[in-house]
Unconditional design. Structure first.
Ligand code: PEP
Ligand code: MG
Length: 316
């Protein structure tokens, strides 16, 4: 079957370096799945969905209206399957669609996208997903079918969460399509707004299996730097103390509540930040394809330092 084929296709280097922290990889396009799998990463920490749609050249609403929901489900199945196959049985975290209006405007049928002053603070992420549940349902149906076909390595996470209600609503839509979050499948959220970081206690109470830091967005919202605005690009700092403080806080609360933590923004490819995340006890790091190897050795070195320090302290 497809999965066995996928396993054979994956030729990944054996990992001479063992780490307690999982080292995963970000995948933005299904076409790079094989290359991403060959890094030897322990899974996909972020599978973006936007390119699955961009690849069709057609706006999802147009696909829905003209070809019906089965056609849209099929688009997602095709994209996700490529990655799930390449990584099987390693876990793959699918992130539901996070399309800012300016990105889908050029698509066939995209002329109806609203023109926003600042798309980065606009109609995107899970709030858009919940405003267009007919599209979100297709994504969840795709995951459900793949699971039924034996792809047990899939997880789901939702982008740009700002309140607990969004989590509740996604669980309800899952239920409607027959995919029970957390019982059928691991379910998590992206922590990429200051709001999500500051209400992490409420979020863990509502119930998630994991959270993943989207440091690209978290940084832009914490320090008020539009990540698409070249005039302020020089002020953009993922290692701003305010960003790091929020992350440290979230990891602490999550550890106390047995919720796994991960990072999938660019910070996960930056050695100096990764060292801190490992010291704070993050569960996994997801890096860019070309950074996986470096990050694995950075993590190994950091973990070794933690162990050595604790031995030295015990001898005092
Ligand atoms: C992030 O915000 O850090 C992230 C990983 O998501 P994206 O870059 O797709 O917004
Ligand atoms: Mg983001």
């Amino acid at each position: 079957n497809n999965m066995e084929q996928g396993q054979q296709q994956v030729i990944y280097e054996s990992n001479p370096i063992i780490t307690a922290t999982d080292i995963k990889v970000n995948v933005s396009m299904p076409e790079v799945a094989e290359r991403a799998a060959a890094t030897g990463a322990d899974g996909v920490g972020l599978l973006r969905a936007e390119h699955m749609i961009l690849g069709t050249g057609v706006h999802p609403s147009k696909i829905l209206n003209e070809q019906g929901s089965e056609a849209l489900v099929e688009v997602f199945i095709e994209g996700i399957k490529k990655v799930a196959d390449a990584f099987y049985p390693r876990p793959v975290t699918y992130r539901t669609l996070d399309a800012p209006t300016d990105e889908f405007m050029g698509l066939e049928g995209g002329q109806d996208e609203p023109h926003e002053q600042n798309p980065m603070m606009g109609w995107r992420g899970i709030r858009r997903g919940l405003d267009q549940p007919e599209i979100l349902s297709c994504e969840l149906k795709a995951i459900k079918r793949l699971r039924e076909d034996g792809y047990r390595n899939l997880n789901i996470m939702i982008p740009l969460v700002t309140n607990v209600d969004e989590i509740r609503k996604v669980k309800a839509i899952g239920k409607e399509v027959g995919l029970n979050m957390r019982t059928d499948i691991e379910f998590g959220i992206m922590v990429e707004t200051p709001a999500a970081a500051l209400i992490i206690d409420d979020i863990v109470k509502e119930g998630v299996d994991f959270v993943s830091f989207g440091t690209n967005d978290l940084t832009q919202y914490v320090i008020a730097i539009d990540r698409n605005n070249e005039f302020v690009a020089k002020y953009y700092m993922e290692n701003h103390p305010a960003v790091l403080k929020l992350i440290e806080h979230v990891i602490k609360i999550c550890r106390e509540n047995d919720v796994k933590t991960s990072v999938c923004g660019q910070a996960g490819s930056r050695p100096a930040i990764v060292e801190k995340l490992v010291e704070w006890g993050i569960t996994s790091i997801s890096s860019n394809i070309d950074a996986v190897k470096t990050i694995r050795s950075v993590v190994a070195r950091t973990e070794q330092k933690i162990i050595l320090d604790s031995i030295r302290n015990a001898k005092k």
